[in-house]
Ligand binder design. Sequence first.
Ligand code: KG4
Ligand code: ZN
Length: 336
Amino acid sequence: MSHLLAIESSCDETSLAVLEEGQLKALTISSQIEFHRPYGGVVPELASRHHLEVIHPLLEETLEKAGIGLSDISEIAVTKGPGLSGSLLVGVAVAKMLGALLDVPVLGVNHMEGHLYSVRLEHDVPCPFMCLVCSGGHTQIVHVVEEGQHVILGETRDDAAGEAFDKVAKMVGLPYPGGPVIDKMAKAGGDKEAVDFPRPMLNKGYEFSFSGLKTAVRREWLEREQNPDALPDIIASFQEAVVDVLVQKLVRAGRKNGVSRLCVVGGVACNSRLREKLQERAAVDGFELYFPKPLFCTDNAAMIGRAAWDLRKHLLAEAGPALDVEVSLDMMRVNG
Ligand code: KG4
Ligand code: ZN
């Protein structure tokens, strides 16, 4: 029986998982959000220190949950990039040390490809599928033609969608990370039609740009004299504008490329309005639609293990002692 140990430490979550033949057996996640909240964003030095502190206890906990010992591990998968260098380094160093100790291959996984295949932890989604990868650092529409052939149709020119949520929240005095807070506030009673914010590049190509929208929100907030009573409406209208753009582009990408399966992954895929609106559109337009559950949307090692399983033949060919952190790694194996 093959047991794969997966490690994720690219940003502010330390996470380990064990998968057996591509199926998740155990997952642990230690989130650092509380430590970074006072600073309104992730502080890289703090992040790497916390990864170092928790990774070994998490390893023991994960193996125990999976009911296996170190000697049962037959492969290791680790996020090699993109991400924060000091944070990535902790995961990669531990993976290489364990790989040498156990004499098993260490597969370096692209974090974005982890998100891409996260949907397969619960759903049997065959290729081709059209995937909106929507996290704190990236917004991309990726045509997954087959395992290992990922065509990026478009990405963001400036802020990622999650980044826009986080920055807007900070601007109006809401805590970090902004996405879940905005989602909750909008749901609790904001009027999404109160402000007609711009929908940037709605009907143009597959690229995104959210910085102009962010500026429009700032202007509205200042015009309303930063009145807290106006906040839920502004927030709900901002969210609606982001969601409209994401939905429109993903649906168009599916239609124009003749792909009937749509997926949304990454932290922003937790957004309840995005889920609701896409479900409505998919039902009307006849698409199959898949979201991972929220636990698998935000950063976790299960998705790294699943991507390693799905891309195994490519990753095994690349495995070796040269494995290193790649801070600005692009999505691999792109043929556009
Ligand atoms: O994928 P992820 O955990 O980390 C990265 O790889 O970046 O995504 C984190 C991002 C943050 O920007 C956070 O605000 C956003 O996902 N996010 C949300 C929601 N939950 C998390 N954005 C909108 N609505 C949510 N419910
Ligand atoms: Zn991520």
